[in-house]
Design a protein around this ligand. Structure first.
Ligand SMILES: CC/C=C\C/C=C\C/C=C\C/C=C\C/C=C\C/C=C\CCC(=O)SCCNC(=O)CCNC(=O)[C@H](O)C(C)(C)COP(=O)(O)OP(=O)(O)OC[C@H]1O[C@@H](n2cnc3c(N)ncnc32)[C@H](O)[C@@H]1OP(=O)(O)O
Ligand code: NKO
Length: 375
């Protein structure tokens, strides 16, 4: 292990990264709160400002993936569709097998200039997470309880609000509704059998209601569905802790652009369309496993320097006062103030570790397991 690798895996570096993320993130959350009065007299300006502020937070995740760990993300897509990416609104349908799939998604959003405005249908539990969850509230992210009877009205209302969004956005849908585990897969295939649907080898059976309601409510403002499949080379299953420790991975993303007008309007027809899409996704996944690649060519989608610039700026801004504070604490501080500071830092590290824990599949929800939500 070289010196740089050793340094990247050192806990002190992780604590510094965590501190920069939490301190800058909470500061941005505070700035977002200050934009509230703006919503009353210029809503579109408030939305644009919030997209820029959100970029300050989510691009730190991209900097960590692209610049700190050096993870590469390769894009397979039709070159004639490439110029449309980032220039139109799209619904992204992605497989949900990896703990860092959201970071790879963010990395692609960044490359196409839609990171600040990116949207997702996300489980309600994440709304309460400091920094990210609070940022999402101001971005008008759509939250769901994964209970259709309770979600139907709230999700529809949130989607309708996005119709006049002033920035281009990608709306991410993990239609499987939860991360893939062997047990959830077995249960969902029992459901597939009961419904007379073909079995999927690499995906859970998609939940169709969220997709249908999204397509219905965003018709006219969203132009296409991006069917996407994500995998990592060498059968790796990356973790956020691995990335934080500087471990380099190689992601391959397949993107297929499907015009929205080709998707049926009726609920049953739309659900059948989605089931067929997942059968095709399953075939792309199988092809990747067998050959190490997807159909179609690789298209170069270069990284931009802005996440790194953003990260460095925030680091200077929040590390300088910390340095000044620590020096004065050591030189003039009482034992009590030193103890209080140590306790505060320990609490902040625990919060950061808890946030990382939210990405871990082993700590995932029981949604989709037997006896839990229609399982
Ligand atoms: C060029 C590059 C392009 C792209 C780059 C890629 C990506 C970048 C894009 C954007 C990035 C943006 C942000 C990313 C950042 C962070 C996001 C991170 C993660 C958060 C994600 C989550 O939180 S996922 C969890 C929440 N989301 C969802 O659940 C969505 C899917 N779910 C639905 O749509 C659901 O329908 C619902 C949530 C709306 C409602 O849930 P409910 O459980 O009530 O669902 P249903 O009513 O649909 O389910 C009941 C039906 O399902 C059948 N059933 C029963 N058991 C099962 C089972 N085990 N598996 C499958 N189906 C089952 C049941 O029989 C019912 O059938 P019906 O026939 O009656 O419908
Ligand atoms: C320097 C920057 C550091 C960035 C690190 C950010 C810290 C962690 C942020 C956590 C962001 C939360 C996103 C995780 C989302 C996720 O993957 O949710 C899973 C859900 O889909 C399904 O849940 P489940 O049913 O439990 O599988």
């Amino acid at each position: 292990m070289g010196l740089v690798e050793l340094l990247k895996s050192h806990i002190l570096c992780h604590l510094i990264i965590g501190y920069v993320f939490l301190a800058s993130g909470l500061l941005v959350n505070l700035l977002q709160l200050c934009t509230l009065p703006l919503w009353w007299f210029n809503k579109q300006l408030a939305r644009t400002v919030n997209c820029r502020l959100a970029y300050c937070i989510s691009s730190q995740g991209v900097a960590l993936l692209d610049w700190w760990s050096g993870t590469k993300c390769t894009l397979y897509t039709d070159p004639k569709d490439y110029p449309m990416y980032g220039k139109e609104n799209g619904i992204v349908v992605l497989n949900h097998n990896f703990e860092v799939d959201f970071l790879c998604g963010w990395s692609f959003c960044e490359r196409f200039g839609v990171l600040g405005s990116s949207k997702v249908l996300v489980k309600k539990e994440l709304a309460y997470m400091p920094v990210i969850g609070w940022m999402w509230y101001f971005l008008e992210i759509v939250f769901c309880k994964r209970k259709w009877e309770e979600d139907r009205i709230a999700v529809t209302q949130s989607l309708k609000k996005l119709r006049d969004y002033p920035e281009n956005f990608w709306f991410l849908l993990f239609c499987e509704g939860t991360r893939f585990t062997a047990q959830k897969h077995q249960i969902s295939m029992e459901v597939a059998e009961k419904k007379g649907l073909p079995k999927l080898k690499h995906h859970l059976l998609p939940r169709t209601k969220g997709f249908w309601v999204t397509v219905q409510n965003l018709r006219g403002s969203v132009v296409a569905v991006y069917d996407t499949v994500l995998n990592f080379r060498n059968n790796e299953t990356p973790t956020l802790l691995g990335i934080l420790s500087g471990k380099k991975y190689h992601a391959d993303l397949y993107v297929r652009r499907i015009p929205l007008e080709s998707i049926p309007e009726g609920e049953a027809e739309c659900a059948a369309w989605l089931h067929k899409l997942y059968q095709e996704k399953d075939n792309f996944q199988e092809e990747y496993i067998q050959t190490g690649r997807y159909p179609g060519p690789i298209v170069n989608s270069p990284q931009r320097p802005w996440p790194l610039v953003n990260w460095l700026c925030w680091s200077v801004l929040v590390l300088y006062p910390l340095g000044v504070f620590l020096v004065s604490l050591v030189s003039t501080g009482s034992t009590l103030s030193i103890l209080v500071s140590v306790a505060f830092c320990s609490a902040a590290s625990l919060v950061f570790r808890w946030m990382i824990g939210q990405t871990e599949i082993s700590k995932g929800s029981g949604y989709g397991n037997k006896g839990n939500n229609n399982g």
